[in-house]
Every structure is written in C-alpha cells, then in structure tokens.
Design a protein around this ligand. Structure first.
Ligand SMILES: [Fe+2]
Ligand SMILES: [Fe+2]
Length: 140
C-alpha cells in the first residue's frame, strides 16, 4: 500500500475511533439497572482506550506525511440505553473494528515495524474489549 492510501485508511479508522470514544462515554453515562455501576466503569475504561487508539493513529498518520482527520464517523455513533442493547451495539462495533484493522494489517509490509506493531496493539485491545463485553452479557 502506498503512503497516500495508507493515510486514507488510517484516517477512516481515526474517524471511527473518535465515534467509539463518544459512543462508549455516552453509553457509560446512560446505562441503568442493577449492573450499571460495574458496566459503566468498564465502558469508561474502554472509552479511554479508544482515545488512546486515536492518539496512536494520529502519530502514525503524521509519520506518513498525512493530516489527521477530525471527522467523526456518524454511522458508528449508535445510541442505546438498555444494558442488552449497549452490549450488542458495542460487540458489533468491536467486531467491525477488528475486521477493518485486520484488513489494513494484511496489506502492510512486516518491515514497516512501527506501523505494523501499532495496528497489532490496537487489534489486541479491540479483541480484549470484545471478550470483556461478551463476558458482561447476561445468559439468555
Ligand atoms: Fe479502538
Ligand atoms: Fe474497542
């Protein structure tokens, strides 16, 4: 992948990370019910991880000679209020993020060590988020 195309892909992920941070922070604020406190605490921590992902992407975009976007990918802003909906929405979003980052990783040369490892680190976090959200799901 050429640098120009990489910047486009990374900026697309950056706009998604912006939305993820807003979505998790909002879901943490609105979640209610008997498990609200424990879930809200975890959602806030995940929101912080998404902010850090955005920060890492900005650094890599600048290193490639690009300009980091301030866009927020609106389709990833998914309001939800019940615990069940919040978990469903975020599980789907994490799966989507993992798919998108994996597609980028597949096209990166291993020799681009910093970028390769950065994307791997982000995927690792997203996989952890996915596992944790799945573990918070109530048995059906
Ligand atoms: Fe993320
Ligand atoms: Fe995530």
């Amino acid at each position: 992948m050429e640098n120009k195309d990489l910047v486009v892909s990374l900026n697309r992920m950056l706009s998604q990370e912006h939305a993820c941070a807003i979505r998790y922070a909002t879901h943490a604020a609105v979640v209610a019910g008997p498990y609200a406190e424990v879930v809200a605490t975890r959602l806030k921590e995940i929101a912080t991880d998404e902010v850090l992902h955005a920060e890492k992407l900005r650094g890599r975009i600048l290193a490639l000679g690009g300009v980091p976007t301030m866009d927020v990918r609106a389709e990833d802003l998914k309001p939800a209020s019940t615990l069940e909906d919040i978990l469903e929405v975020n599980i789907a979003e994490e799966e989507d993020a993992i798919r998108s980052y994996t597609a980028i990783l597949d096209q990166l040369p291993l020799s681009n060590v910093i970028l390769f490892q950065t994307i791997q680190e982000i995927i690792r976090d997203e996989q952890e988020h996915l596992e944790e959200l799945e573990a918070l799901r109530l048995p059906k």
